[in-house]
Ligand binder design. Sequence first.
Ligand code: ATP
Ligand code: MG
Length: 355
Amino acid sequence: MADIKLKGITRRWNDFIGVDNLNLDIADREFLVLLGPSGCGKSTTMRMIAGLEEVSSGEIWLGERMVNNLEPKDRDISMVFQSYGLYPTMSVYENIRFPLRIRKVPASEHKERVLRAAEMVELTQFLDRRPAALSGGQRQRVALARAIVRAPNAFLMDEPLSNLDAKLRVSTRAQIANLHHELKTTTVYVTHDQVEAMTLADRVVVMKNGIAQQIAPPMDIYNKPANTFVASFIGAPAMNLIEGHLEAGTFTSPVLTVSGLPHRHSGPVTLGFRAEDVAVVSEGGNLAAPVYSVERLGDSTMFAIRAKDDLISLKADKAASLAIGDVVRAAVTAKVSHIFDGTTGQRIEPLLIPA
Ligand SMILES: Nc1ncnc2c1ncn2[C@@H]1O[C@H](COP(=O)(O)OP(=O)(O)OP(=O)(O)O)[C@@H](O)[C@H]1O
Ligand SMILES: [Mg+2]
């Protein structure tokens, strides 16, 4: 096992920068998730760690070794991809065994190690089948078993769940979390799904256009997004963001006024708040607008109201009586408000915690 250090790694093709000066210390045993929209540089980062992509500048360290010039096979890292990459003519058993054969692990160890890996991902009863006779979720588990069979320095997983249906994604996600708990192997996991990131990660790197926007544990990112991009990427629904003006602790916009904000900053800002942090009130409140959509989720009701150009997500009780067109009033307090610079989008921290 090993820690992984990325020191200012950059990947450039002519004048396009895919990954821009990424600095990251991944601790031994850490589960690190790279999260961001399509094209933000997640796979490129992972491929550089694996040695499948050249590093234009910067250094990659695996434990005590600088590995920039080390062949992928000599880095001793296992990768799991979205497209399982199984050998169709081999049985599940032989697929899982394959890395042991090419690494010349003594044959006497193979059976025990394959059986143990298969057991960890609940494939024991499928060992004689060919991949074509498996479901998508079972195939993905073969790919996982093949990665864990040889106890590598680290696992790299690139969107391993994206071919699975919603239910299988949830159960396989739990299995990956459990595997990491058992094996404690340093893992770098790529996804564009913020729920996967939140549920699996010790720390998340949120990326945009090749640049790390925030590197922190999931709940820190949820509670204190570093900028409006992160705020709009994490959480379902995303944080509500309303543009306006801040002056003497009062935020004003055409749809909402919030006073008592513990910020000395003045000028254009974006005020953010999460759906679940705002109470629907029968009278008063500082936000009133007609219901635009209603989604009954079973345990709660998510709905959106339309205030001028803004669609604002709110959360209500599962039994809430809400219909499209009803006018809803809500109270957005200073305490639940996040303030971002109106020009740069960067978070502005309060001077003191609001009462
Ligand atoms: N060989 C290449 N030549 C030029 N540009 C490339 C090359 N490979 C990747 N890129 C560009 O680098 C950027 C980052 O690509 P990357 O595959 O890392 O994105 P990603 O975050 O994994 O996206 P996705 O979620 O779609 O897989 C993209 O804009 C991509 O077009
Ligand atoms: Mg990718």
